[in-house]
Design a protein around this ligand. Structure first.
Ligand SMILES: NC(=O)C1=CN([C@@H]2O[C@H](COP(=O)(O)OP(=O)(O)OC[C@H]3O[C@@H](n4cnc5c(N)ncnc54)[C@H](O)[C@@H]3O)[C@@H](O)[C@H]2O)C=CC1
Ligand SMILES: O=C(O)[C@H]1O[C@H](OP(=O)(O)OP(=O)(O)OC[C@H]2O[C@@H](n3ccc(=O)[nH]c3=O)[C@H](O)[C@@H]2O)[C@H](O)[C@@H](O)[C@@H]1O
Length: 426
């Protein structure tokens, strides 16, 4: 049976854009995106969408109210749907077993339990969130144990590979769509039904089907391999600085080898974003649980190198400014974790600025998209009394790059926003 009604649980950076694109490309499918967060849903229903992503507004504004809906009526949307994407957050656990490493699956479990409790007909449930390998097994156990008799659930894994800032481009023209399912007749039928949603616009040869566990692991593996390339080039950048080699030239020379390839070899102050670190730590935890300590140590080094790169950058600035930045003005251009997004999760700028504050510098920040309040929130460590005051004492948020750079002792270019390329400094 072709899919006619989709519900997406989680109206975040993945659920929002992904399911909006499905609605845009599949006019014969009704798509309802739900979230518990009323403010987020209100924003999706307004002129000011909660996420900045080039091309997103046009797509949402064209389909909203036709076959694309945003609501907090989670139960109603679950009941109507024949296919449900679970696209909720899976952050690193903050406490308990696996704290600081394992993925917190409480939101995935919460959404799965809700489906089991309220569904009145059989459904295909699709794991869209990034999860540890074999999570689909736990979801199946929950669904089977808690649902009404006679109702059947098929689970597919369909990890998302979009990158923020290019989400719409990535969704409209993906390198591949990955769909894993149990290799039973029902599992294969569910896999086919989901594949048919994507082949409304994605060439069939780009839709890859695998077993459930390969699909779940491929997502963690892809992010780990991408982050590993960045840590590799950043490690080489330290050697370049000590020898006079130029890391861009080294990256170019290596990238021209078609076996290596040129993408993801840009040396940086360290990767940020909500997923690379989280997903590698998730892989490290999985390796430890599987009693593979050497494998765990191998992947952990990618994160260790990333932290080293950020600290090395701060040390370099301080030593260049005669070993002290007390009372000196440091202009920080860019706060988001990369250009073309307002997302600041795990942004390198947060670590750098906190270090500058510790050194008693005056910091002037400018970012074209990040909300001022968000910057203060990110810089104020929770739980430390008066920390917010301390941050406000040291940090000024500016309305332009020129204002931030005026009379600065150092200009730190953290996020590669295009407008900085054209910013001429006196
Ligand atoms: N941000 C990104 O670029 C990418 C993220 N991912 C993965 O996708 C998943 C989602 O990530 P984001 O969209 O960035 O997270 P997000 O935090 O922006 O959005 C998740 C949303 O789910 C909602 N939610 C949580 N539990 C719920 C429930 N029981 N019922 C209804 N709504 C609920 C939250 O309120 C939140 O709005 C994560 O597993 C992440 O690792 C995968 C690829 C790219
Ligand atoms: O699972 C996810 O969340 C997503 O994670 C990344 O996407 P994203 O984090 O949005 O952005 P990237 O373009 O991968 O950049 C991540 C970080 O690496 C940095 N980076 C990237 C490329 C590079 O060559 N050098 C480098 O330092 C960026 O500046 C940024 O801080 C992956 O690219 C997506 O495929 C994946 O779906």
């Amino acid at each position: 049976m072709p899919v006619r009604n989709i519900c997406c649980i989680g109206a975040g950076y993945v659920g929002g854009p992904t399911c909006s694109v499905i609605a845009y490309k599949c006019h014969d499918i009704k798509v309802t995106i739900v979230d518990l967060n009323q403010a987020r849903i209100d924003a999706w229903n307004s002129d000011n969408l909660p996420i900045y992503e080039p091309g997103l507004d046009e797509i949402v504004f064209e389909r909203r109210g036709k076959n694309l809906f945003f609501t907090t009526d989670v139960d109603g949307a679950i009941q109507e749907a024949d296919l449900i994407f679970v696209s909720v957050n899976t952050p690193t656990k903050k406490s308990g077993m696996g704290a600081g490493m394992a993925a917190d699956l409480a939101y995935v479990e919460g959404a799965t339990r809700r489906i089991a409790e309220v569904a009145k007909s059989s459904k295909i449930v699709v794991e869209k969130s990034t999860v540890p390998c074999r999570t689909a097994q736990s979801m199946r156990t929950i669904l089977e144990a808690n649902s009404t008799p006679g109702i059947h659930f098929d689970i597919c894994s369909n990890p998302e590979f979009l990158a923020e800032g290019t989400a719409i481009k990535d969704l409209l023209n993906p390198d591949r769509v990955l769909i894993g399912a149990l290799q039973t007749p029902e599992g294969i039928a569910a896999q086919k039904a989901l594949a048919e949603v994507y082949t409304h616009w994605v060439p069939a040869d780009r839709v890859i089907t695998t077993n459930l566990w390969s699909s779940e692991l491929s997502k963690l593996a892809a992010n780990a391999l991408l982050a590993q390339r960045i840590s590799s080039i950043n490690a080489l950048s330290a050697i370049c600085e000590a020898t006079g080699a130029d890391v861009d030239e080294v990256a170019y020379a290596c990238g021209r080898d078609s076996r290596i390839g040129s993408k993801f070899l840009k040396a940086s102050v360290g990767f940020g974003g909500s997923c690379f670190q989280k997903d590698i730590l998730n892989l490290v935890y999985l390796s430890e649980q599987l009693h593979l300590p050497e494998v765990a140590a191998y992947w952990k080094q990618v994160v260790i190198m990333n932290e080293y790169q950020k600290k090395r950058f701060v040390r370099h600035i301080i030593s260049t400014l005669f070993n002290t930045i007390t009372n000196k003005k440091i202009a920080v251009l860019g706060f988001a974790f990369k250009k073309d997004t307002g997302d600041t999760r795990e942004a390198a700028a947060i670590t750098l600025i906190k270090d500058f504050i510790q050194e008693h510098a005056r910091v002037a920040v400018y970012d074209p998209k990040v909300d001022h309040e968000q910057i203060f929130r990110d810089l104020s460590e929770p739980g430390i009394v008066d920390n917010r005051k301390e941050v406000e004492k040291h940090v000024t948020i500016c309305a332009s790059a020129y204002e931030a750079c005026h009379d600065a002792d150092a200009v730190v270019l953290v996020t590669e926003w295009d407008e900085f390329k054209d910013t001429a400094l006196d």
